[in-house]
Design a protein around this ligand. Structure first.
Ligand code: TXA
Ligand code: MG
Length: 351
C-alpha cells in the first residue's frame, strides 16, 4: 500500500487533504493525524471492521481498547450512556484538551472498539487538524497512538512515517505536537473516580473540579509487581520502549552523574553506542557517550515534550544502552516517570 503523506499548515488547513482523509475513513481505511498529545492512528470508531485494522497494523492485542475522539461533548449523547455529572464538569473544564474519560458505552459503539468492555474512552483533542478532521468527515475517530505497539509514541509526522509507511492509507503531518505524552485517563464509572494513566491534566487539577480522585497504583509503581494489575488494559504491556536498553538512575544529583559516568565508561567502546539523557543542570558533568539534553529540571513541560523524541533519536543512532536521570516530584513529573519507567522495563538504580 502506498501511504499518502500530506504536510498541512495548522493555520491554513487544506480542505483537499480533509476530503481525501474523509473518503479513506468512510471506506474503512486508516489515517494518522496529529493531536496535542501524540499522533493518533485513526479509523471510523463505529465501523467494527475498520477498527480491527488498527489492531492488525499496530500489532496490538484486541483486548486493549481504543480512545474515541470527538469534536465536542455532544458526542456523549451518541457514544455513551448514564454519563455522570462529574464527566460534564470535567468536559467544561478541560475539553478540548488532554483528558480522556471512561464512561459507560452506548449500543452505537462496537465491542471491537472497546476491547470487549462495556465502557468507552472519550476525548476531545485540542488540535485544529484533529478537530477539523472530525468535523469535516463527521466521523467519530478511534485512535491509539500511531506507533507500532510497545514503541515510543510519535510526536512528529516523520515518527509516524517510520513506523507506518506502506501500512496505512494516509498520514497527515502537522509538525511537532505541543504536549508530547499521552492524555490523562480517568475512569468515571466507579464511586470514586480513578486515574488510570497520569498525564498533563494532573490529579490536583481534576480534584479542583470534582473532588477526591485516586490514582491507580499500577501507574505510579516504580517496581515491576505482577500482583498489581493495571485497570487500563493497555498499561499492562511493556510500553514506550526504545530499541536500546534503558536504565534510570535516581538519587542526589552528584551521585547520579558519577554513577552514570561509571556505567557509560564500562560500556562505551568503538563498537557499542551509549546514550545519556541529561538535563541542562547536569549536561556538563558527562564526558563520554552520546549526550542528549531533555531540558531544565525545573521545566517539566519541556521534559515531557522531548521524552519520546529523544528515545526515537537514540533508535535512529542505533544506541544500544541508554542511561537517564530520574525526574521526581508531583504533577506532570508523575506522568513523565510513569512513561520513563515503563520504557525502561522497570530497570531503575536507586542510589
Ligand atoms: O493522548 C492520547 O490519549 C493518544 C491520542 C492519540 O489521543 N491516544 C492514546 O491511545 O494514547 P492509546 O490507545 O495508545 O492508549 C489508550 C489507553 C490504553 O492503555 C487503553 O487500555 C486505555 O486507554 N483504555 C481505553 N479504553 C478503556 C476503557 N474502556 N477502560 C479502561 N482503559 C481503557
Ligand atoms: Mg499508545
Amino acid at each position: 500500500m502506498n501511504t499518502i503523506f500530506s504536510k498541512v499548515d495548522v493555520e491554513n488547513i487544506d480542505i483537499n487533504v480533509l476530503e481525501i482523509a474523509t473518503t479513506i475513513l468512510k471506506n474503512g481505511g486508516l489515517v494518522a493525524f496529529p493531536t496535542e498529545t501524540v499522533y493518533g492512528l485513526g479509523a471510523n470508531a463505529l465501523d467494527a471492521e475498520a477498527v480491527l485494522s488498527i489492531f492488525k497494523v499496530k500489532g496490538r492485542s484486541c483486548d486493549n481498547p481504543l480512545i474515541i475522539h470527538m469534536a465536542n461533548e455532544d458526542g456523549f449523547e451518541i457514544l455513551a450512556k448514564d454519563v455522570p455529572e462529574s464527566a460534564k464538569k470535567l468536559a467544561k473544564a478541560f475539553w478540548p484538551g488532554p483528558l480522556t474519560m471512561i464512561v459507560n458505552k452506548s449500543d452505537a459503539v462496537p465491542l471491537s472498539t472497546t476491547g470487549g468492555l462495556n465502557t468507552v474512552a472519550l476525548r476531545v483533542p485540542d488540535h485544529k487538524i484533529a478537530l477539523e478532521l472530525i468535523k469535516y468527515s463527521k466521523v467519530f475517530i478511534a485512535a491509539p497512538s500511531a506507533n507500532i505497539s510497545g514503541r515510543p509514541s510519535p510526536t512528529k509526522g516523520e515518527h509516524v512515517l517510520s513506523d507506518m509507511n506502506n501500512k496505512i492509507e494516509m498520514i497527515i503531518d502537522g509538525g511537532k505536537v505541543s504536549i508530547g505524552i499521552e492524555s490523562t485517563i480517568i475512569d468515571l464509572t466507579s464511586d470514586i473516580p480513578v486515574i488510570l494513566r497520569p498525564g498533563f491534566i494532573t490529579k490536583e487539577m481534576i480534584e479542583s473540579e470534582i473532588g477526591t480522585v485516586i490514582i491507580d497504583k499500577a501507574c505510579i509503581s516504580t517496581v515491576a509487581d505482577e500482583s498489581i494489575i493495571p485497570k487500563a488494559p493497555g498499561m499492562k504491556y511493556k510500553h514506550y520502549a526504545p530499541k536500546g536498553e534503558l536504565t534510570i538512575v535516581e538519587g542526589n544529583q552528584e551521585d547520579v552523574c558519577s554513577e552514570i559516568n561509571r556505567l557509560v565508561l564500562k560500556k562505551d567502546n568503538p563498537n557499542i553506542k551509549v546514550g545519556i539523557i541529561a538535563t541542562k543542570e547536569t549536561m556538563d558533568k558527562y564526558k563520554n557517550g552520546i549526550i542528549k539534553v531533555i531540558g531544565s529540571k525545573k521545566d517539566e513541560i519541556t521534559i515531557a515534550n522531548m521524552l519520546y523524541e529523544i528515545l526515537l533519536e537514540f533508535d535512529d543512532l542505533e544506541v544500544e544502552y541508554i542511561y537517564s536521570e530520574g525526574f521526581c516530584g508531583s504533577g506532570l513529573s508523575q506522568a513523565i516517570m510513569n512513561r520513563l519507567i515503563k520504557a525502561a522495563g522497570y530497570k531503575v538504580i536507586k542510589l
